[in-house]
Write a protein that binds this ligand. Structure first.
Ligand code: GCO
Length: 449
């Protein structure tokens, strides 16, 4: 058996992590451009990154060589709308050129509207607290859709709100580096009550942005759109593959725990039109109707199953002794199987794995190659689990490996190499890793078996 014949094999990236050209051709400042000093390992930043803004033709050629069917990229909001009410034509031109290059290479462009680098002009109005942000988001979406939707069909509205809100505003590890929990004892219920309202406002504005973006894409897209999002969130896998074990794992995965940004916190309002109890008092019926827009797929970013400890802030893994990636994330090969199964059962949408991959301490060896057997083994097992759930009839759209290139890994800087292609950041030389040849063969066979 293998995946369905229309299964879409691809790879993903994000604008701030690969483009560079942070202040070129009319691009404005985003929160990662302006606020990350002092918050990123080794003082790294995305000013140059992989210079994808100038080298995208070379990178698309590598994607073509691998036989990728799709490339998931994100558009930089501050590159498109550098100041309130100003549209940057050079920014539009870059993404139109990128999309055309992809199509000429026979590669489906898949566009993420927002992947974390919020424009500073919005941050200065309150960022995700700003009541008007969902309108600004809709206006931005309209500009992008009018520029690209004659050639782009696949759209993801927001990437990992659990991260850009959770890490950006609650834990304080990501831009804008604000921490609601700083100085609070999160094991105390009163501490949770203190931040509940702010968490709800941040969540509501994000969900409204998503809903308005979906509406905008449906209204203005030239090519019939396939719309989803790219969420992350805990997947609890059964401790034992029994009816009880599976039921318990599913229940934990969709827990109503108000302090854990689990999948349901975001996906239930978006898809089911229901809300976790901690959110409901802050969202009225009209707003919920705006949030709940029909979607065509469920985009899910998945690296491992894990378990947040009760104090919320610390990410405590239960897999003691398991092999781990360079991000210290446990390697849990069955997670894609259970994730696709649980998500489809609850939301009845075809699943697109919008990100999966591993960070490894890759380097170019004396034979000029980058040997990464760990990544090949990782992918053999993870994609194997996805193939198994496909064979059980769960509808899958595709799989986007994270990431096409080594790139800027947010607070970790450039140490953590996720790419199928190695990047020498001094020379910007690209070197395909062994895993990219292995992945090319999987795509040809449409199976890992
Ligand atoms: C995320 C982001 C990516 C990361 C990748 C590895 O999921 O955090 O979408 O930008 O770089 O996941 O952490």
């Amino acid at each position: 058996m293998s995946f369905s014949k229309d299964f879409i094999w691809g790879a993903a990236s994000a604008a701030y992590q690969v483009e560079g050209a942070y202040n070129e051709d009319g691009k404005g400042m985003g929160i990662w451009d302006a606020l990350s000093d002092g918050h990123v390992k080794h003082g790294d930043n995305g000013n140059v990154a992989c210079d994808h803004y100038h080298r995208y033709k070379e990178d698309v050629a590598l994607m073509k060589e691998m036989g990728l069917k799709a490339y998931r990229f994100s558009v930089s909001w501050p590159r498109i709308i550098p100041e309130e009410g100003v549209v940057n034509p050079k920014g539009i031109e870059f993404y139109q050129n990128l999309v055309q290059e992809l199509l000429d290479a026979g590669i489906e462009p898949m566009c993420t509207i927002f992947h974390w680098n919020l424009p500073m002009w919005i941050y200065e109005k309150g960022g995700w607290y700003c009541e008007e942000i969902s309108d600004y988001f809709a206006e931005y979406t309209k500009v992008v859709v009018e520029a690209l939707s004659d050639k782009v069909s696949y759209w993801m509205t927001v990437n990992e709100p659990a991260c850009f809100i959770g890490a950006g505003y609650i834990a304080g590890a990501h831009a804008p580096f604000e921490s609601l929990i700083k100085g609070l004892d999160m094991s105390k219920p009163e501490a949770r009550g203190q931040i509940a309202q702010k968490m709800a406002v941040l969540t509501k504005n994000t969900l409204l942005s998503h809903g308005k973006a979906v509406q905008t894409i449906r209204k203005y897209a030239v090519k019939t759109p396939q719309i989803g999002m790219a969420l992350n969130g805990n997947i609890y896998t059964p401790w034992e593959n029994t009816e009880t074990g599976v039921a318990e794992a599913k229940a934990q995965t969709f827990t109503e725990n108000p302090m854990v940004f689990n999948l349901g916190w975001w996906a239930d309002p978006m898809i089911l039109g229901t809300m976790p109890p901690a959110l409901a008092p802050f969202v009225n019926a009209e707003e919920l109707e705006m949030i709940r827009q029909p979607l065509d797929f469920f985009g899910y970013n998945c690296y491992n199953s894990n378990n947040y400890s009760e104090d919320w802030g610390s990410n405590e893994h239960v897999y003691e002794g398991q092999p781990r990636t360079a991000m210290d994330w446990p390697i849990t090969p069955d997670v894609l199987y259970w994730a696709a199964k649980f998500i489809y059962e609850r939301y009845q949408l075809p699943v697109l794995i919008t990100e999966n991959g591993m960070a490894n301490l890759d380097f170019v060896m004396s034979d000029g190659k980058v040997h990464d057997p760990q990544r090949i083994d990782f992918l053999q097992k993870y994609i194997g689990g996805l193939e198994k759930v496909a064979e059980e009839g769960v509808p899958l759209v595709g799989y986007m490996y994270w990431s096409i290139l080594d790139n800027f890994e947010w607070a970790e800087g450039y140490d953590k190499r996720f790419g199928l292609v190695h990047v020498d950041y001094q020379t910007q030389k690209r070197t395909r890793k062994d895993s990219s040849y292995w992945y090319a063969d999987v795509i040809k066979r449409n199976s890992v078996e």
